[in-house]
Design a protein around this ligand. Structure first.
Ligand SMILES: [Fe+2]
Ligand SMILES: [Fe+2]
Length: 352
């Protein structure tokens, strides 16, 4: 039997998770309207305005500089290779979790709109790393297999991958306290920790090249990726805080303690990764400042979900903020071919 529902009924039933209408065992969130979470639609539209493709960015200067031993030092080459070694798999791990684990259980169609956009952006990021590897003629086996060869990268990947397994189980369903908590924890593990913490110090390392007019095409791509990831992180925080508001029983001491413990673990993994990536440091950046930046970012993430900062550090890279407010820097991208930006901006002020 086909049951028709009114807009008011659909709106009343809408939740970030468990938004299932009474008597509707076969719930399918096909109908977008009426929109309840306007923030989700806005985030989706902003993503569209910020569309970009790697192949539009010229790599000629990067290719020349990479061949020149006087332009790029061995320590700098190591930073680029290790960054790519991590990211070539990290974005795929995020996409895997998003499409196969998260999407199914989010019951707000407008939130799903953003997730679809995000999944597309993760694919763009993956092709961006591929484009950089090919342009610079890097050793593909070395880069693409680094997640298995390098213990520090594997430890970060393992942290993320292990958090997907239970949700991926076909019998997993939200709707009980335990399963809802598990799902909420997955959002924290991916949006707050993987995309929100693991990515950022490496973004800073890559953007530091731009500040010195090195590898401009590579750095420009990382600039766009950083902007996209900031939007993903922000949307993750929105989903987490919405679920906590809609299901306050999940907001307990154990959830807060687990979150804090995981963030401390993530900062330690990042410290090990930093030592591997820059054993001697590069100009204006060392494994110590890298770790401090991670902790500074981790403090901001904790505050975003209404928790106290855990680390006593200052932001060692205040210049990061200037790279991220792209809408105000129209002439920044000298090599840009296509201008997609049509006025959308991301609120980055408290992010970096
Ligand atoms: Fe990504
Ligand atoms: Fe992402």
């Amino acid at each position: 039997m086909i049951i028709k529902t009114s807009a008011a009924t659909r709106l009343a039933a809408r939740r970030m998770i468990n938004g299932i209408e009474e008597g509707d065992d076969d719930f399918n969130p096909f109908i977008l309207n009426p929109v309840k979470y306007n923030e989700a639609m806005e985030a989706y539209k902003t993503g569209n305005k910020n569309h970009w493709l790697p192949e539009e960015i010229q790599m000629q200067k990067d290719i020349e500089q990479w061949k020149d031993d006087d332009a790029i030092t061995n320590d700098e080459r190591r930073v680029v290779e290790v960054a790519l070694g991590y990211f070539t798999t990290a974005d795929s791990i995020v996409a895997n979790n998003l499409v196969l684990a998260i999407y199914k259980h989010i019951t707000a169609p407008e939130a799903r709109m953003f997730l679809l956009r995000q999944a597309f952006e993760e694919a763009i990021h993956t092709t961006s790393y591929q484009y950089i590897v090919e342009s610079l003629s890097l050793d593909e086996e070395k880069i693409f297999m680094m997640y298995k060869d390098c213990g520090e990268i594997w430890a970060k990947d393992e942290f993320s991958i292990s958090r997907t397994i239970d949700i991926l189980n076909p019998s997993f369903k939200t709707g009980t306290f335990e399963s809802d908590m598990k799902f909420l924890e997955n959002l924290v593990d991916f949006y707050v920790i993987t995309e929100g913490i693991f990515f950022y110090a490496t973004f800073a390392a890559m953007l530091s090249f731009r500040r010195r007019n090195l590898l401009p095409g590579t750095a420009e791509q990382f600039q766009y990726i950083t902007r996209d990831e900031s939007a993903h992180y922000q949307f993750g925080i929105f989903m987490i805080n919405t679920i906590l508001k809609e299901q306050p029983e999940l907001d307990n001491k154990e959830f807060r303690q687990n979150t804090l413990d995981k963030i401390i673990t993530a900062a330690k993994l990042e410290e090990d990764f930093a030592k591997h990536m820059m054993p001697r440091g590069i100009l204006s950046m060392s494994s110590d400042t890298f770790s401090d930046y991670t902790k500074h970012i981790a403090n901001l993430r904790l505050q975003a979900i209404n928790m106290k900062p855990a680390f006593n550090v200052k932001n060692p890279y205040p210049w990061m903020a200037e790279f991220l407010d792209m809408s105000r820097q129209k002439n920044f991208f000298e090599t840009r071919v296509t201008e997609y930006q049509t006025g959308g901006s991301l609120d980055m002020d408290s992010m970096f």
